[in-house]
Design a protein. Sequence first.
Lengths: 342, 146, 318
Amino acid sequence: MSKPLKLEKKRFGEFVDVLLSRYWVFGPVEVDGVARFRRIESADALKPGFPGTVESPKGVFFPQMETMLTGDRNEAASTSGPEEPIAIVGARPCDARALLMLDRVFGTGERTDPYWTRRYRDALVVVAGCTEPMAGCFCNWLGSGPFGRTGADIMLTDTGDAFVVEACSEKGSGFLEQAKGLSLSEASGEDQSKAEGVRSAAESAMPEKTDVSSLKEILDRSWDSPLWDRLAERCLSCAACAYLCPTCHCFDIQDEKLPGTGRYRRIRIWDSCMAPLFTKEASGHNPRPAGRERLRQRVMHKFNYFVEACNETACVGCGRCVRSCPVNIDIREVLAEFVNAG
Amino acid sequence: MKDWQPKILAFLCNWCSYAGADLAGVSRIQYPPNIRVVRIPCSGRVNPIFVLKSLQNGFDGVLVSGCHPGDCHYISGNYVARRKFAVLKSLLEFVGVEPGRVQFSWVSAGEGEKFAEVVTKVTEDIRKLGPATRLVKNAVSAGAEA
Amino acid sequence: MAGVEQALRETARELLREGKVGTIIGYVRGSTPFRSTPAFIENEEEADRLVFDVTCGSNLARYVRNHGRDGRVAIVAKGCDGRAVVQYLSEGQLKRDDVLIVGVPCTGVLDHGKVSRLVRNRNVTGFREENGKLVFEGDGFEVTADREDVLADSCLRCRYPNPPVHDVFLDEPAEAAPDGLHWQELEKFEQMAAQERWAFFEKEFARCIRCYACRNACPMCYCEECFVDQSDPQWIGKGIDPSDTMLFHLVRALHTAGRCVECGACERACPLGIRLDLLNSKLEREVHDRFGYTPGTDPDETPAMATYDEEDKQEFML
């Protein structure tokens, strides 16, 4: 990879301007008091503070509601994707890793999802490493960390009045080398050791790790564990954890009338295995009738089934579900209980 | 659009208001043609979601009409409805939907004239408000993509 | 509060020891200092885990309705949770003997979303009350907040801090918010012009992700099949079209009209901090003013929307 570069924070806007000239740019912005990933159209909309968001950036590539096609009784036409490739700035390492995981699902193999690939394939992922963990973060349990590079094209390390900018992929180095007007200079030895200091401080600030290496095998033999009942009692069976999660990807497809137009649209919308009707069959039978079965499904999918099928855990330890669960069900406690129960 | 005409959905109870509308018809009483009628057995049959969905689907206004209190064919349907209507109306007004868009009346089977007056009033109220824009589901409001 | 907690644990142990109940539904410490989590206590040893303080934000009443255990359960009930249980009695969801209500005085609970935003999502390792303020601390930071800034909105205007019906009441009753404060925010809101009110709700609901945390946290939303899940007919679209989202919230408010006990669980459950509770508050005022009914205060009273009075006001009828 190319050498580390330096971007002074006061010139961050110029960096964003270059991105805006080539990409549709998304980043975390405050909307009515809540930080959300939104498309920005001018550099001053994005501040280099990168607030942590309640929701994950998966919606940038896998929108909560996406119109697949529109039509009338005679014909239908597919919608087109974004006019420019997408750049996302200020995603966290856990989020970037999650996007790569979603690409496993939607973007690889015999059949790929064109609605996903048209957004993700050419996307530039600029990650802001975490200088301190947020409450609930546990990415270090799952093989990642506050400056993990999986899924990132470019990594920004905040050294105070500047970022040390490093390419993490061909796409990243291509952009850094070819884009004009980026206001980057070479990072000096001092800049680099400052960055190294920030990174190791962040690593040490991470909460103590629970060893979950044997979790998959433990879950293999935990189908009837009473722990599921204990957990399910509190769970509200809402979809907050699933919708905020950067790796959850279940969806539904519906056709909807557009009133008064004689037209309809086919939309893909997020769905969640936690919803009571998720597995309800036409006969009326529901194989996951109660919260217990649904909660078990969600945990098993993320920590057992996905590991079995794709050899990776479908959780990146971002902590969003921990922070937002209305009844404080903490997945870290859940995992630790299973590990301890053996 | 200068030739916009209000489109109003009218839920009329079978025993009183619908009959009242019928009487207006046979009596050749003229009233604006902007209502589309849905005949229901009783004003108590109206689920507030019918009213909300009507607005969502593009109606500019909704009228619900039933028997006078005390005269309900099912004895108390309109009393129950009255409470529902009060609550629905206050909620719609609270969120900023124009009060004139959703209106309620008592029209008996013998009140052909009154029916025509009610429809005329409601149509004029809605004509002044213009096309409904709040709550309407249309392609412009088609969700948060990109 | 320490006195209440002590009394609570003793009462819990006694109830279990004497076999008066099989399970106690209460709160235990959560995974962070400013949260607690619901728990089902089944034996005396576990009773020591029970807590009751400003972190107890969930509404426990919803668990009373279908706990799936044999016999009687006890509930640790602050005012609003106790009102919810009373409303269950009014609605025939429970028999009085099914539940033993352990009343606790409540001086308000934290809105954990507000706290997280206040500390910018940093890890809180402890918090304390100091000179009437709340202090949250973590590694390298300390943030002090006024109670009004971190307590749940519903608590700031609470009229029923103590459950109206109880079998046992621990400690001294808490004081309700001053009269008139309850409707103050609503009245201020109603002074806004219609377009402003519409713009406000459009903005609030623009961030709704239809997770239904609000609905599921609400003790009054207990339909076997919610209208949003019906597919025949499908009442509203399942996507986040603003029109569908608005309809969801309006219809849910209508379905809970005259039943909402203003516990604020819906607002606290919302991961995006949406002020949907304003809709419920408005309808509770309407039901109170028009029909003289306050949900969850008298188990023998018929809920307002399930009955009628021949003399009901009808000034809005043509």
